[in-house]
Write a protein that binds this ligand. Structure first.
Ligand code: COA
Length: 557
């Protein structure tokens, strides 16, 4: 079928739906729905059999929905209406929530129902919920709706509030006032409120007399103090006292009052001048209580598991350096296999574009960051004491994908989406991609994917050999542990290590690893320091979240 997506952005759900439908053989076209005209024009050009709105903040014009079947993905249970569904679901502590697919008509979120799925809520941020539970449910609904549409027999169900299974209702758009924080409230309440607004728009609060949006909340069980007080810092996060404990906040964003910086940054970076007397309290590995941790290590049956949970998967110079140090420590352990676990939300999205943007000299910081991630990846490639497995549980992009490929084996959760390319950011790319990518998928495929900025499902990534295995959510942990432990005890391990050393030597003789890095960094130097500014402009647009039609405001150029 010819399927047209009308979407406000080609976001994580839209990308996932796109790759799933493309894998099924459909022709899928994506149109960013910037105006009614643009939508109407896209319908004329693509002549779709079916229109899907994976993430649409506008109404579809009547000229379209009156002539074509348009199905809207709404992150709510049957009967739920309004633009802030997930915010309310988190704030109201719903135990179950869901996704419905509705046919577009003149009433927002009240069209006939094509499919619905419910899921159990988890104590995670709104965007985490969206990328995982919502996205899984949406894909199930989408496949069901497409089948029903193709059957030509299905009549979608009218929304009827008298029906037993219609438990939702219309919600007002969420405003900051509905979830504002009083720091004498409990940790649970404060964490819930912050999560309901993370990643957008963030929960507005006052810190040291200034207004900031808060993100990346983690409960802290060990510290107490005067409610509202900031009592500790750790790896960029601040720890603030609540009525019955404390929470960590990893990122904040200045309220845009014409000020220069209005994008998310590590909290301590923005509040630096106030935090001189606040102690830096490092994470102690193996703490059982709830706290904030970015990098941690676990070990079991000859296998080391190295976790790195970076907000949004972005890895600054400091984070890359700390991860490299943790990896070196993991290599010193008497184990046979190291599993790189990444984060539960993201695997990695490469260098930290926000931190780079905020630095006094973004070109210099880009250079430091790319060298730091290259150093980490080099350490992994040159590991000859352990078999290394990358266990990708979250989405990955650009250098983040290459980081995974540095391991000997790459396994992925079947729901994730991979974007192994740099071009949209105006970058040639480094992270040894010119070595790692062709090694797995051949030079032609590597060029096709990087030049055309192709998004991959794990199914297609496995088909072309980019990754080795995929596991579903239910079996991921067990399958991974089984795979790692079998490798660690088997005599295979010794053989594999020997083969690995031999192959590395062979590769080194063909072309030294350093030569790949030198060539890549030569091109990256041009990207960072040349006068054409393509990368710097692309980065600013990305960080300030400007659409392709918006001008860069004068105060940020
Ligand atoms: N640095 C800083 N923040 C990043 C990031 C990076 N490298 N990659 C993603 N993010 C942030 C986004 O700004 C967004 O922030 P939010 O919390 O304010 O919403 C969040 O991560 C999710 O990304 P988003 O772009 O909304 O998700 P998506 O699913 O639509 O797109 C990507 C995913 C990875 C394709 C897109 O984020 C991207 O192109 N990232 C940049 C990758 C890159 O070029 N890295 C540098 C080269 S190594």
């Amino acid at each position: 079928m010819r399927i047209l997506f009308l979407s406000t952005a080609h976001n994580s759900l839209s990308q996932r739906a796109f790759v799933e439908l493309r894998d099924l053989g459909h022709d899928v076209y994506v149109q960013i729905a910037s105006s009614n005209n643009v939508m109407e024009e896209a319908v004329k050009v693509y002549k779709p059999d079916l229109i899907i709105a994976p993430f649409l903040k506008k109404y579809i014009p009547e000229s379209i929905w009156s002539k074509h079947t348009c199905i809207i993905i709404h992150p709510g249970i049957k009967g739920d209406r309004g633009p802030s569904s997930l915010d309310w679901a988190i704030l109201n502590e719903e135990e179950k929530w869901g996704v419905i697919l509705l046919q577009a008509n003149e009433n927002l979120d009240a069209g006939d129902i094509w499919a619905s799925q419910n899921f159990t809520m988890k104590a995670v941020s709104k965007s985490n919920l969206y990328r995982h539970e919502v996205s899984d449910a949406a894909i199930k609904c989408l496949l069901e709706a497409i089948e029903k549409f193709q059957s030509k027999k299905f009549i979608p169900e009218k929304l009827d509030y008298n029906h037993n299974d219609v438990k939702g209702r219309e919600h007002k758009p969420m405003k900051q006032g509905y979830r504002s924080i009083d720091w004498t409230e409990s940790t649970a309440t404060i964490a819930k409120k912050i999560r309901s607004a993370d990643s957008q728009p963030g929960l507005l609060d006052t810190i040291y007399g200034e207004e900031y949006y808060l993100y990346g909340v983690h409960e802290e069980d060990n510290f107490k103090g005067k409610p509202g007080e900031i009592i500790a810092k750790r790896n960029g996060a601040i720890c603030r006292v609540t009525g019955d404990g404390a929470v960590w906040i990893t990122h904040i964003k200045m309220k845009n009052q014409g000020k220069y910086i209005y994008y998310k940054l590590p909290a301590t970076q923005i509040l630096n001048k106030h935090l001189k007397d606040v102690p830096e309290l490092p994470y102690e590995n193996n703490t059982k209580e709830r706290t904030f941790k970015e990098i941690w290590y676990e070990e079991q049956n000859n296998v080391g598991y190295l976790y790195f949970e970076f907000y949004n998967g972005a890895m600054s110079t400091d984070q890359c350096t700390r991860l490299k140090e943790a990896y070196i420590e993991a290599k010193k352990r008497d184990t046979k296999v190291i599993v790189l676990m990444g984060g539960a939300d993201f695997w990695s999205n490469g260098i930290h574009l926000n931190v780079i943007e905020s630095s006094d000299n973004p070109a210099d910081e880009s250079w430091s960051n790319i060298n730091a991630i290259d150093d980490l990846i080099k350490e992994i490639i040159l590991t000859n004491t352990h078999i290394v497995i990358s266990a990708m549980r979250g989405n990955a992009a650009a250098g983040g994908v290459m980081l995974a490929l540095a391991a000997d084996k790459v396994v992925a959760l079947n729901r994730i989406v991979l974007n192994p390319h740099y071009k949209k950011m105006g970058l040639y790319g480094s992270e040894y991609w010119t070595y790692l990518l062709p090694k797995r998928i051949g030079i032609e495929k590597a060029i096709e994917i990087t030049e055309n900025c192709i998004t991959l499902s794990t199914k297609s990534a496995k088909n072309i050999g980019l990754i080795d295995s995929t596991f579903d959510e239910v079996n991921f942990k067990n399958e991974l542990v089984k795979m790692a432990e079998e490798l660690a005890i088997s005599s295979l391990c010794k053989n594999m290590l020997e083969q690995k050393r031999y192959k590395r030597k062979e590769d080194e003789n063909i072309k030294p690893l350093e030569a790949y890095r030198k060539e890549e960094l030569g091109k990256m130097w041009d990207n960072f320091y040349s006068h054409n500014e393509i990368y710097h402009t692309a980065r600013k647009r990305f960080v300030y979240k400007l659409s392709c039609v918006e001008e860069l405001p004068k105060n940020i150029i």
